[in-house]
Design a protein around this ligand. Structure first.
Ligand SMILES: [Zn+2]
Length: 489
């Protein structure tokens, strides 16, 4: 039995040493973490009916930015994850959409398509936090995992040590030859199959299983294995773990927001997140800084109670595309070819050869087409991006890449949902329901509290960078959110 006085002396002696070692300026954080929930609305966090370990714990112990948003269009998975990983907009990082039209090849291209490796970061440009960390310390390690390949690849950057995602056809987690394939992955996949969480039926994992809590539960198993096998948080320098949970997005697309399926998904994810926080604390010995956000929000479906109250209107994707084409054809009949080569709203790619073949001056033609399409049902604005006097100038400038973006930008009207899966919902517009997302910092060096001043997802990379002791260069419109920092910083 140690006498109380001796114990107190011991505490007095040890305390300054701990304080010294714990000072962020003196000891690097062992583990940086980015957690992205695909299609997470800020409202989904503010529930009081969940156990206190996941969302509630983050809200209570974290620096919470209650008015955070994406500053680009379209608000979808590829551009959203790239904004988070690079701290920049599509004009810089080049991920202008999940898919865009390659004018040279004359086909659609996928945001993480890679000409040499099948899947990889070939299309991603500019700096990423993960690459900057690797550049600052060759011994730093980067691990990126998700249910979706585009989320894992775009978070991980170009130099990641491991990038893993779920393949819906094999029912396994996989990677591409661009990255290292870990030796333990085959055994993990064999164990995963035994658990029968996401079994393959008829050549793929059925959609109703992907759109269920099982999807993120499988990722949770992978993360647990990854942490153990790679000793994440115990590397020779700072480790960075990037995670994107995809299940909520699939559930939202299939069922909508205010339905039992979404409630079950969020409850399950909350438990997964609670377990994750504990696991990360243990792995890093408490030396971690975490940033939490989402790649986009979603609009309540017309069938959801709040969708009904808002008067949300559903438009069929194909029918809407056909009405754009029909409007063009009525003005300029083109019997044997389409005017619209590719429709990736907001990006619209038009048939330049046909226009010039008819003697229409291209820029003049685009102006006239924009005016014409502005009148189509469901459209808030159609305009030539980059043109003087066009609407949404800031948003457009940040989102526009002349080589990859559409000839026209088409912005859907507020409360118009372009999605055919009833009663599901979708996202992509600049409106608040799609653009607003959670932004929370948590862990070492973070001061708990709520901040109502506007913040952006491009703030995440430089702010987490600072928590990791890294001076990550600011992108346009981005800021280091010093409100998140404990006073000692
Ligand atoms: Zn989605």
């Amino acid at each position: 039995m140690i006498p109380f006085r001796a114990l107190r002396m011991l505490v007095y002696l040890i305390f300054p040493i701990v304080l010294f070692l714990g000072s962020p300026a003196q000891a690097a954080v062992r583990l940086g973490v980015v957690v992205v929930i695909d299609q997470m609305r800020p409202e989904s966090l503010d529930r009081s009916d969940l156990p206190d370990g996941g969302f509630r714990r983050l809200r209570r112990e974290g620096a919470v930015f209650t008015d955070a948003r994406h500053l680009h269009i379209p608000t979808e998975t590829g551009p959203g994850h790239a904004a988070i990983s690079t701290g920049r907009g599509p004009a810089v990082h080049g991920i202008v959409a999940n898919d865009w039209y390659d004018r040279v090849a004359g086909t659609e291209t996928y945001c993480v398509a890679d000409s040499a490796y099948g899947i990889g970061p070939e299309h991603l440009r500019g700096p990423t936090l993960a690459d900057a960390l690797k550049a600052s310390s060759p011994r730093a390690r980067v691990f990126s995992v998700s249910g979706k390949d585009r989320a894992a690849v775009l978070l991980g950057g170009r130099k990641a040590d491991l990038v893993l995602w779920f393949d819906r056809f094999s029912g396994e987690f996989t990677t591409s030859p661009y990255y290292r394939r870990p030796s333990w992955l085959a055994a993990f996949n064999a164990e995963l199959k035994k658990k029968n969480l996401l079994p393959v039926r008829g050549g793929r994992v059925p959609k109703d299983l992907i759109a269920s809590p099982a999807y993120d539960a499988a990722l949770d198993l992978l993360i647990s294995e990854l942490i153990a096998r790679e000793r994440v948080g115990r590397g020779p320098a700072t480790d960075l773990l990037l995670i994107s949970y995809s299940g909520t997005d699939l559930v939202g697309h299939r069922y909508g927001l205010e339905v039992p399926e979404m409630d079950a998904q969020l409850r399950s994810l909350d438990l997964i997140l609670g377990r994750l926080l504990k696991r990360l604390e243990k792995a890093s010995g408490g030396s971690l800084a975490l940033a939490f956000s989402s790649d986009h929000g979603a609009i309540p479906a017309p069938e959801d109670a709040s969708g009904k109250a808002l008067g949300v209107r559903r438009l069929d994707w194909d029918a809407f595309g056909a009405s754009l084409e029909k409007t063009m054809q009525e003005k300029w009949p083109l019997p044997n070819a389409p005017w619209i080569l590719s429709n990736e709203i907001p990006h619209l790619y038009l048939n330049r050869r046909a226009a010039e073949g008819r003697g229409l001056e291209w820029n003049d033609f685009l102006d006239r087409a924009a005016k014409l399409l502005s009148g189509v049902d469901g459209v808030a604005a159609a305009y030539v991006p980059g043109e003087k006097g066009a609407p949404f100038p800031e948003l457009t400038r940040r989102s526009y890449d002349p080589g990859r973006s559409g000839d026209l930008f088409v912005i859907m009207g507020q409360n118009v949902l372009l999605h055919d899966m009833v009663p599901g919902t979708s996202h992509g517009t600049p409106w608040d329901y799609d653009a607003r997302v959670p932004l929370i910092f948590w862990g070492r060096g973070v001061r708990a509290g709520r901040t109502a001043s506007p913040a952006a997802t491009v703030d995440l990379a430089p702010t987490l960078g600072r928590l990791l002791g890294l001076d990550y260069p600011l992108g346009e419109g981005a800021a280091v959110r010093t409100e998140a920092f404990a006073a000692s910083r």
